[in-house]
Design a binder for this molecule. Structure first.
Ligand SMILES: Cc1cc2nc3c(=O)[nH]c(=O)nc-3n(C[C@H](O)[C@H](O)[C@H](O)COP(=O)(O)OP(=O)(O)OC[C@H]3O[C@@H](n4cnc5c(N)ncnc54)[C@H](O)[C@@H]3O)c2cc1C
Length: 280
């Protein structure tokens, strides 16, 4: 995935684009009822008649003058966010090649998807949660020293689990995170990697709070808006916003979530902007 982003960035730069990262946008600047640019947290101003945002729309609304916030917030109140996830990153000296384990394994225990959904909506997680296990070193051996492997275990979980994973109480947060990590390790040992514990070199977990903190996706929503029938395709928010010159892309907008959905949203928004420019 890193290579795809790099290729897109390179092509953008070859066409004269400039990229800046590690810089937080703080406010959308508005003049005479139209977008004028962006103010960053460190006080830099980027002037432009067109601004495109791919962040959570509630957070975007917070960057706008009051009169433009209302119409965005009226819509976001009705949104249903997607599930979040818990990710366990593992380093091991298990010989996964000899064990014949592939790059990707989908471990599903519960066959009733609706039951799983009911549990998630109550903030609960099934006793045997579905686990998506990938072993990147099966594709690229240079990612770890010889004889060692990396694994990533992704488990879909609700944000509201156990009073939001102990938010605001660091000790409780660490305890819940550790308990859930151990549960996953036990289940991996029982189902896929016997002796994993003996061969565990390192592990670190990310919770829905981690995702929320580092990506700005409220409730750690890994796919932005939930892809329910009411929130698919054109039923998702448009790329245009009530503020002329401000556009939205990404997994809170049309047509859907994920890498493909977010990429298509960029394409659709680009077309809308080009149409607008040609009309001007
Ligand atoms: C663990 C995980 C695994 C996934 N696996 C898959 C998969 O296998 N296949 C798939 O299709 N999808 C997958 N997804 C979903 C996919 O990653 C998202 O749907 C997609 O990345 C959405 O892209 P986006 O541009 O809308 O938002 P994001 O990727 O969330 O990007 C938003 C960016 O905005 C930045 N940001 C936030 N606030 C500000 C601010 N104020 N100023 C500047 N920058 C800001 C954030 O740091 C972030 O980089 C996964 C998601 C997660 C979390």
């Amino acid at each position: 995935m890193g290579k795809i982003s790099e290729a897109i960035a390179k092509s953008f730069q070859q066409d004269g684009g400039e990229l800046t990262s590690q810089m937080e946008a703080e406010r959308i600047l508005v003049k005479d009822g139209k977008v004028e640019g962006v103010l960053t947290q460190d006080g830099r101003i980027f002037q432009s008649p067109i601004v495109i945002s791919n962040i959570n729309p509630n957070r975007l609304a917070g960057m706008l003058p009051m009169e433009f916030q209302k119409s965005i917030l009226k819509k976001t109140r009705r949104f249903e966010y997607s599930l979040s996830c818990f990710i366990l990153h593992i380093a091991t000296d298990l010989d996964v090649e000899r064990m014949g384990l592939p790059y990707f394994t989908y471990l599903r225990f519960l066959s009733d998807l609706e039951e799983e959904d009911r549990l998630f909506r109550k903030g609960e997680i099934p006793n045997h949660p579905t686990m998506i296990v990938s072993i990147p070193t099966r594709l690229d051996r240079s990612l770890a020293p010889p004889g060692q492997h990396l694994m990533k275990v992704l488990v879909n979980v609700p944000y509201l689990h156990r009073e939001m994973w102990g938010k605001g109480d660091p000790e409780k947060y660490r305890r819940i995170k550790e308990e859930f990590s151990q549960k996953i390790i036990r289940q991996l040992e029982a189902r896929l990697f016997p002796d994993l514990k003996k061969h565990l070199l390192f592990y670190e977990a990310a919770t829905p709070l981690t995702l929320e903190r580092y990506t700005g996706n409220e409730m750690g929503a890994m796919y932005g808006l939930a892809s329910t029938p009411q929130q698919m395709g054109n039923l998702r928010p448009s790329h245009r916003t009530p503020l002329p010159g401000l556009f939205q892309v990404g997994h809170y907008t049309r047509p859907s979530h994920g890498l493909i959905g977010a990429s298509l949203s960029g394409l659709f928004a680009a077309r809308a902007i080009l149409r607008k420019l040609h009309r001007a």
